[in-house]
Design a protein around this ligand. Structure first.
Ligand SMILES: Cc1cc2nc3c(=O)[nH]c(=O)nc-3n(C[C@H](O)[C@H](O)[C@H](O)COP(=O)(O)O)c2cc1C
Ligand code: SF4
Length: 435
């Protein structure tokens, strides 16, 4: 098996480094010292040279994002670094492991990033359910404070209250300000008017953690790891019908190899490569390289690198229902195509699954998806449409069979039969849908 370089999890030996002395003994905080000896602009230049692209989903170059933040003398307001640790994309669970296993590398990255954009204030917006991760970060931060490493920078750990939409950067900022978590219209972008209408960089946990090794090894060295447009490694979350689910830090291949294949002698049917928001790929695309460019060429996207493996027992109509229920439930309701459209998509899919649909319902499903796409304030509505359209496109025969047979061809044997979204479970139990 080819070599598997570790950057994010380097030095952990498969475990965690949660003792500050162990971290320092292994060279911890050298990158911070190195950065503080540089001019802030040079730190940004190293990030630009590294080619690091955001790991939260959109893949925007990290160095370029920081360069958009005006200098304090250009815009004399407090500057903020906000770290997105809200991790809620179905199929994605890497950031929690990063915070648990390399908390100091992550916090060191926060301090370097703050230095680069000349900010004195860091907010880490952490998913509310991440209790243990919060405690590890709190303790690590305290150890750094005692070791006098913060350099006057305040780091606030802010716990979210459990809404997927608060992972969208502007909804996150609203939530941090104590308002309802709904996306803002853009422009202005956060770099100019972010938290409290002041210059703000918003970055994902993995992006910020990678900043530490980028400064340590130098941007140009980091850029050599990986391929053009996809520098470095990714932490892939592998789930679904695989023998070895888990998080794997990899270059752009091997996902299937480390996963150990499909359990119980079943066949691979499909792969969702970048979290539930990305288009599904069929089994014959399994050799697609897992980098930004290759996945776009294959008709999908690397997204948040949450790889969901689907075997031949999965009914793709049921999968569509499950995914659409999620987006319907998580829609913040601000725009009509998303608020109403995601509900319609779920309802039409349910009709198809129940064997009550006619040919026009399939046409209607495609039409509703089309009327969501590109007509919403943020990408949440599009995510539902993109996912469902890809299931219909790649597995049209299966959708048609439901209509022709007037029932689900899996006859109750689908692997996701009865797996419902929490919202649907509430409804089944007669509780309010949005609790
Ligand atoms: C509905 C929605 C949910 C999102 N959830 C997350 C999330 O949980 N974590 C994350 O880092 N980015 C999430 N994003 C992307 C962020 O808006 C933003 O692009 C990212 O935090 C920027 O960091 P990066 O440049 O380091 O990737 C989400 C975007 C959308 C539209
Ligand atoms: S697309 Fe959906 S989640 Fe996004 S702002 Fe509109 S209603 Fe809210």
């Amino acid at each position: 098996m080819p070599e598997r370089p570790e950057i994010v999890f380097a030095g952990t030996g498969g475990g965690a480094v949660t003792d500050i002395d162990d971290y320092v003994a292994a060279g911890g905080f050298n990158a911070l010292r190195k950065a503080r000896a540089m001019a802030p602009d040079d730190v940004i230049a190293e990030l630009e040279a590294s080619g690091l692209r955001g790991r939260g989903g959109a893949g925007f170059p990290t160095g370029r994002k920081w360069a958009f933040v005006p200098k304090p003398d250009q815009l004399p307001k407090p500057h903020y670094l906000v770290v997105n640790a809200d991790e809620s994309e179905p199929g994605t669970f890497k950031d929690r492991e990063i915070m648990l296993r390399v908390p100091f590398r992550f916090l060191e990255g926060c301090l370097i990033a703050a230095y680069g954009i000349e900010s004195q204030h860091v907010f880490v917006y952490i998913r509310g359910e991440y209790e243990q991760e919060f405690e590890v970060l709190r303790d690590s931060l305290e150890a750094m404070r005692k070791a006098d490493l913060l350099g006057g920078i305040t780091v606030v750990l802010h716990r979210g209250a459990g809404a997927y939409i608060c992972g969208e950067e502007t909804a996150l900022l609203e939530s941090l300000e104590g308002k309802r978590g709904q996306p803002r219209t853009k422009p202005p972008f956060p770099a100019i008017a972010g938290l409290y209408a002041a210059p703000t960089a918003v970055n994902n946990v993995e992006s910020i953690t990678t900043v530490t090794p980028v400064i340590e090894m130098g941007g140009a060295e980091y850029a050599k790891l990986g391929v053009e447009n996809s520098a470095g490694t990714r932490v892939f979350s592998l789930s679904g019908n695989v023998v070895n689910p888990g998080n794997y830090e990899l270059p752009r291949e091997l996902v299937y190899d480390v996963g150990g294949g499909i359990p119980n002698g079943r066949e691979l049917k499909a792969v969702i490569p970048g979290g539930s928001s990305t288009s599904v790929l069929t089994a014959n695309a399994i050799d697609t390289k897992m980098d930004f460019t290759s996945l776009v060429e294959a008709g999908s996207s690397i997204g948040s690198a949450g790889v969901i493996v689907i075997d031949d027992r999965c009914c793709m109509v049921q999968l569509g229902i499950r995914v659409s229920q999620f987006y319907e439930h998580e829609s913040c309701g601000k725009c009509t195509p998303c608020r109403v459209g995601t509900k319609w998509v779920t309802q039409i899919l349910q009709k198809i699954e129940d064997g009550r649909a006619s040919q026009t319902d399939l046409d209607l499903l495609l039409s509703v998806c089309d009327r969501i796409m590109g007509k919403c304030l943020c990408p949440l509505g599009d995510s539902d449409a993109i996912a469902v359209l890809s299931y219909v496109d790649k597995f049209r025969d299966e959708y048609q069979a439901h209509i022709d047979l007037g029932r689900c061809p899996f006859d109750g044997d689908s692997s996701i039969e009865g797996i419902l979204a929490p919202s649907a479970i509430h409804e089944q139990h007669g509780e309010a849908a949005h609790v």
